[in-house]
Design a protein around this ligand. Structure first.
Ligand code: ADP
Length: 265
């Protein structure tokens, strides 16, 4: 629970004496605390690979630089760190793009079937490398929904990639969809897409925090698999822009299901 923070203002007004006003600034304070955390997180996330890079540069400048085997090994590690930084910067740019475009809902007609097909094709090599089956079973005649195609590709890319990364022990990832004629909180029909894995699942106590920026249950594991902790924050923002919703269901040891809800109108 958060405390309410009041800003007190006192002004002397002609003929009315002293006017004291109170304003609840809890939200403003919370937003600026979030911004400070964000900057601290970004700095930390960028500093770690930079420290590794600087260390290896120094090593290569010394006698170890003359040993071809050591050189090759160190350069590999350095390339990995550079890739990691690139991934982080790309995710940060995506996040700032979806935040910057504001509250107007994108309204191009988007064929979700096509979005899912493109996304699955892009992730198939990753699934194969991980020895995972990637199964997609969609009903015929899915409606087009108003939205931003590239952003929706990013939503499903992030969700399916996570299912492959964290649901590995289940051996399979399923993508399905359905349309409901009505649903509380939506005007008109709603398209639901389910991204399901059969991995270790998520302890329910972590679920509410998963969409926070930089939140990762197992930092080391996420980092090893190229994670930045921004993927689900991006998903949440894009869905919010579409006035949609993300619901995360999980049964520890049995797997997780990430469900997106998008209005068809
Ligand atoms: P990351 O870049 O770490 O993957 P995300 O924002 O995409 O960041 O996800 C946040 C965290 O949520 C992950 O680090 C992981 O701990 C957890 N997570 C996401 N998807 C799944 C999943 N399908 N199964 C288990 N845990 C997951």
């Amino acid at each position: 629970a958060m405390e309410t923070i009041w800003r007190v203002n006192a002004r002397r007004m002609a003929g009315r004496g002293l006017v004291i006003s109170l304003r609840d600034i809890s939200d403003i304070e919370a937003a600026s605390a979030q911004r400070r955390d964000f900057v601290a997180n970004v700095s930390h996330e960028l500093r770690s690979p930079l420290t590794v890079l600087a260390g290896f540069i120094e090593t290569l400048q010394g006698p170890a630089g003359d040993d071809p085997a050591a050189r090759a090994e160190f350069l590999d590690i350095m390339a990995g760190q550079a890739t990691r930084m690139t991934g982080l910067v790309e995710d940060l740019l995506s996040l700032s793009r979806v935040e910057a475009v504001g509250k107007i809902r994108p309204r191009d007609p988007v064929a979700i079937e096509d979005v899912l097909r493109v996304t699955l094709a892009a992730l198939r090599p990753q699934a194969e490398a991980a020895g995972m089956d990637l199964v997609c079973d969609l009903p015929p005649d899915l409606p087009q929904i108003p939205g931003d195609r590239d952003q929706l590709v990013q939503v499903y890319h992030n969700l399916i990639e996570n299912a492959l990364k964290y649901g590995g022990s289940g051996g399979r990832v399923e993508v399905t969809a359905s349309v409901s004629a009505t649903m509380a909180g939506f005007d008109g029909a709603v398209l639901r897409v389910f991204v399901r894995d059969f991995g270790e699942g998520i302890d329910p106590i972590f679920i509410p925090r998963l969409t926070e920026r930089f939140y990762r249950i197992d930092k080391a594991r996420s980092r090893d698999s190229g994670g930045t902790g921004l993927g689900l924050a991006i998903v949440k923002h894009i869905l919010a822009r579409h006035r949609g919703r993300l619901v995360i269901q999980s049964t520890p040891t049995a797997g997780s299901c990430f469900v997106t809800f998008l209005s068809c109108v």
